[in-house]
Write a protein that binds this ligand. Structure first.
Ligand code: FE2
Ligand code: FE2
Length: 198
């Protein structure tokens, strides 16, 4: 067994102990989906696998406790994050990945940190994780899932654009808090789509 595989087995064992069963199952599913997308787009499989497995490592606590832990560890919390606490596990997850799981790779850390909101200038790994989290096989709620699952394997940027567009529309409709990072991410992909259509 190579080093990466032994590491993955150890990581899965730890996460299985620390996460609620459905969260662990979701993490596995995201990890496999990340690898499928990495194969499709010719990017690093090991990075994709680790990012997928660890992306929700911060979700072992309730939102209130995550907020307390962020404040305790000096992780900056924006007013929007304080209002929409469910997004904060991404930043806390980045901190945990770095400080408790010894992840040094800045690309993996970035993907974990922006997996709930997106951000301007996303890398391929950032996009792969964001999309895998949305389309993984255990998901069932979003109406546009079949289209996004197909599109994800055709065009990563267009998938980002469509997911962000529907997320913003949903948040506006239910009066939810919109993180500025999500708006910035959407504007980047919208601009790109316009340029491609020229
Ligand atoms: Fe998450
Ligand atoms: Fe997730």
């Amino acid at each position: 067994m190579d080093n990466h595989c032994s590491y993955i087995l150890m990581l899965r064992k730890t996460l299985k102990r620390r996460l609620p069963p459905m969260r662990y199952e979701h993490s596995l599913s995201v990890s496999f989906t990340c690898m499928a997308l990495a194969m499709r787009y010719g990017t690093d499989l090991n990075q994709a696998e680790i990012a997928g497995l660890l992306h929700d490592c911060g979700k072992r606590y309730s939102d209130d406790i995550i907020l307390k832990k962020c404040l305790k560890h000096g992780i900056p919390v924006t007013p929007q994050e304080e209002e929409a606490l469910s997004t904060l596990h991404a930043k806390y997850g980045e901190w945990l990945a770095k400080n408790r799981y010894q992840i040094q790779d800045p690309e993996i850390l970035s993907a974990i940190a922006c997996h709930t909101t997106g951000k301007a200038g996303m890398s391929t790994l950032d996009k792969i994780l964001f999309i895998a989290d949305y389309i993984e096989p255990r998901r069932f709620k979003a109406e546009n899932l079949p289209q996004m699952r197909a599109l994800a394997f055709q065009d990563l940027d267009r998938t980002m654009y469509e997911i962000l567009k529907s997320t913003l529309a949903y948040l506006k409709q239910k009066g939810g808090v919109i993180d500025p990072a999500t708006v910035e991410a959407y504007q980047c992909f919208e601009q790109q789509m316009k340029e491609e259509e020229k």
